[in-house]
Write a protein of this length. Sequence first.
Length: 604
Amino acid sequence: MRLPRPIVAGLLACAAAAPVFALQSAGRPAQTAPQAEDAKLKALFHASDEASLKRNPVTAIFRGDLRYADRLGDYYTDAYMAAEKAAAQADLAALRKIDRGRLSAVDKIAYDVFEADQQRALKGFDPKVQAVVKYLPIDHFTGFQSFYPDFASGQGAAPFKTVLDYQNNLKRNVEYAKLYDRVIALFREGMKRGIVQPKLVVRNMIGQFDNLIAQGVEDSVFMGPVKKFPDGIAPAEQQRLRAAYAAQVRDVILPAHRKIRDFLAKQYLPAARDSVGLSALPGGAAVYAYAIESNTTLPLTADYVHNLGLSEVKRILAEMEAQKTRAGFDGTLPEFFTWLRSDPRFQPKSAEALREEYEAIGKRVNARVGEQFSLIPKTPLEIRPVPAYREKTDAAGSYVQGTPDGSRPGVFFYNTYDLPTRYTWGAETLYLHEAVPGHHFQISLAQENAALPAFMRFGGNTAYVEGWALYAETLWPELGMETDPYQRMGGLSDEMLRAMRLVVDSGLHAKGWTRDQAIDYMVTNSPMSKTDATAEVERYIAMPGQALAYKIGQLTILKEKAKAKAALGVKFDPRGFHAAVLDTGALPMPVLEKKIDDWVAGQR
């Protein structure tokens, strides 16, 4: 999933602030907390959630709450940032007036997650952090231009069922266009302070705006909602709305895109930097330390992360050697990588053939998934190609959650850009990660569990969310996947990608690595294409620290699983373990570790 930083912050803020209920693990009755403390906790979470949803209307829409759907939000303003900081401070102060010791065990988990979320949020408002991140408002991965067009297209999270839905979208579109004036102002101030984006990030953003501008009016993604209307909207209203949308694209959205595009190309790009890492910026080290902790939920150092990555790369290379031998390939491992990247048998015949491949994988996984999981989401899953306007800079696969009531499905997006490089040997592991039992299971199960407070249903952290998805890839033997050496190489390649991320992300932002150095490292140590490696490296440059969370989260879950197996022996049930990991939403790593330790003790 890829959302603008303010949207992510809003999701976490709302997620850490909703009515608390007595949580329950699968098959066990909820414990009752003492009434006084339980009531305080419930009141705090409810008030905080209501206030946060009002400040973050888009977050509310993602949850199916349309009370504020006529607004986009005051993102990139001092007032918005001040309100978010004040809310986190007030919520944390109120939480600490509640006697944690008098709460039930499950409510203590809610207390701990809420506290950890607020503490991480406040660290993001540290002046040393804000002195940098404030003046880098958008990039090619977390900018509104990579999120909002799909959101407003009629195929995203924004609903288009009534005339009011269409009117609300028109109002949000106006705010979207105005938002770029604030972005430009922040970029200008950053130019004065010497806090600017790398040139390659700027060029990628220019390319994204070029793609949106090139669509014109009638072919604009923003015209998507009026291409097909739902039943119940009268023909006269349809005609009026088509005219209104066309006029808005022509007179509001396209001019805004041209303005930000021309600013980036003519004024910002010449001032942008040739360096790519945070260490090249004043205060960059403090920002990277925050990025590591905020993404992994652990206070790790860049050196620790780098060395852990190097050890994981070494281990996975040995497993790749074994698969090379199993495949009967006589050359070196780099030669095997080259062969996997170049042999036509591994290149999709067409975009349609690639879609059919993923659908077939889904059927095979569904046939076995009940052996490992007692919790199965009700939310349907759809498989779609990445929209053309952002496919060049998008990842090979991604996931966008559905709604808790299942009215909007979860979507697994696969990328068809540079189709010959979308190697079929990577299809099974990508599906396990993005779809089932990866992101689709984890996110949908949390959202569907109405017994959870909203901050545990809808929130989370990257280490858990992406760590789970990477852990899901390790279930290939149990789910009947990767039975040939080529698909297994695909699995190892994906795991290698996450191990290399530890090395490359820390290399770029703490050790002075260049873009080309990072790309060469990834191509040398894996069979991934240079196209994919380039997109990955440019993603790490734009989003420092995010890529670290996958392996850290996966290793934490694997460590807990190994401890549980050792403690329980033949009593260990993977269905029970997976339910224990999944049934309270995305937890910070220390909270997850404590929860699983308690679960093991209960099983014994």
